[in-house]
Design a protein around this ligand. Structure first.
Ligand code: PLP
Length: 394
């Protein structure tokens, strides 16, 4: 027998739901496929951001290795953004680190901070990197349900940190995949707990600008202006349609920022300078109307798709933000079989909920990542599958 070549840690990642989807897409479907699996915006990056890249790409001095901590221009722009948006003060030198997207930042921060056997408390369901990075660092992974009411959630977190040696709590609101959000008073209560029990809070605000029904989302740092024990992860990918650019940032507690900076200096060499300057344009030049339109567009998509899901008899949580609908699979099936059936008989690609933690075995995630007419067609086919094909085949 050929011995397994990879690191034993990689065994944690099997079966991999995303490889399953890739294989599925190669197989036959009754319809031309509509892909609602990947969490990437379908629209192009705005023109003023592209212009900025064009203007700096030929400057020779930008062609060398960029500064490890990020360009001064981008660190300053992020600090200004926090001041304007949330009235939070960040020192660009000490409290801001430019990263190759949020995924990298989360993964590397956990490697930089965790010792074998420390505990990390993560949302389940939650973004897969929280689990993957924690397993890779040798952490004990504990979970909480991000859709619980705020009182229950605070209580649950307190009971867990009292019983285990939790070093990091990860929060993500608006949540991928559930679309749930929390109030500023929840963050106040959490900040109190983090000081009382001395754990770090990692707040992932990848979807901060995608929130519906006139609701508002907050930065965790608003509840903790001293920044002690608090780190926030900022993404350009979703708000500015820049998923392929690979640029992001982490901000907050100077002690964590400098440790992650050291760790990253062993692993990567930063983000291409012109991309960082384009990210500055995203923060500085994007008009208010853009943010308003963005929210309205995703809300229209949510409303359209969920109308069909209701007709199909499916149950789901109505998302208050982010760009997904977290749907319970029908009785008698599981997430793997349901994803396969939706692909084979309706031509719709979704993600098996297990990708987001054990609580997802009976859910799938549907992304609002196509234009509204395409989502309507997807909704129509899901209805058709449920109301005709599935019923008849049972
Ligand atoms: N955090 C969450 C909650 C996400 O859903 C994603 C991407 O889907 C990321 C982070 C990664 O974003 P980035 O493109 O900045 O690495």
């Amino acid at each position: 027998m050929i011995p397994y070549l990879g690191s034993s840690k990689l065994e944690h990642f099997r079966p991999d739901p995303f490889s399953f989807i890739k294989e599925l897409k190669k197989s036959r479907s009754l319809f031309p496929v509509i892909d609602l699996s990947i969490g990437a915006p379908n629209r192009p990056t705005p023109s003023w951001i592209l212009e900025s890249l064009k203007n700096s790409i030929e400057v020779t001095r930008y062609h060398t290795y960029p500064p490890q901590e990020g360009s001064p221009e981008l660190r300053r722009a992020i600090s200004d953004w926090y001041k304007t948006r949330f009235d939070v003060d960040l020192d660009p030198e000490k409290n801001v680190l430019v990263t190759i997207g949020t995924k990298e930042a989360l993964f590397n921060s956990i490697q930089a901070m965790i010792n074998q056997g420390d505990s990390v408390l993560v949302p389940d369901p939650g973004y897969p990197t929280y689990f993957d990075a924690s397993y890779f660092a040798g952490a004990k992974v504990l979970t909480y349900n991000p859709t619980s009411s705020e009182d229950i959630l605070i209580n649950q977190i307190e009971q867990t940190v009292k019983s285990y040696n939790v070093k990091i709590l990860i929060i993500n609101f608006p949540s991928n995949p559930t679309g749930s959000i929390v109030s500023l008073s929840f963050y106040d209560a959490l900040s109190e707990l983090s000081h009382k029990y001395s754990f770090l809070v990692f707040s992932d605000i990848a979807y901060i600008d995608i929130v519906f029904d006139g609701l508002r989302c907050h930065s965790y740092l608003q509840a903790n202006p001293s920044l002690t024990n608090s780190v926030e992860f900022f993404s350009f990918s979703k708000t500015y349609n820049m998923a392929g650019w690979r640029v992001g940032a982490m901000v907050g507690d100077e002690r964590v920022i400098s440790l992650v900076k050291l760790y990253k200096s062993k692993v990567d060499s930063g983000v291409f300078y012109p991309i960082q300057l384009a990210a500055v344009s995203a923060l500085k030049e994007t008009p208010d109307s853009y943010y308003k339109d963005l929210k309205e567009e995703y809300q229209r998509r949510r409303d359209k798709l969920t109308e069909y899901l209701i007709t199909a008899g499916l149950s789901f949580l109505l998302p208050k933000g982010a760009m997904y609908v977290w749907v319970k699979v029908p009785k008698g099936t599981d997430c793997w079989n349901y994803v396969r059936d939706l692909h084979n008989y309706a031509g719709i690609v979704t993600v098996p909920g297990i990708a987001y933690g054990w609580s997802g075995t009976d859910h799938v995630r549907i992304g609002l990542v196509q234009e509204i007419d395409v989502l309507s067609e997807a909704g129509r086919r899901i209805c058709e599958y449920h109301l005709n094909y599935r019923r008849l085949s049972q």
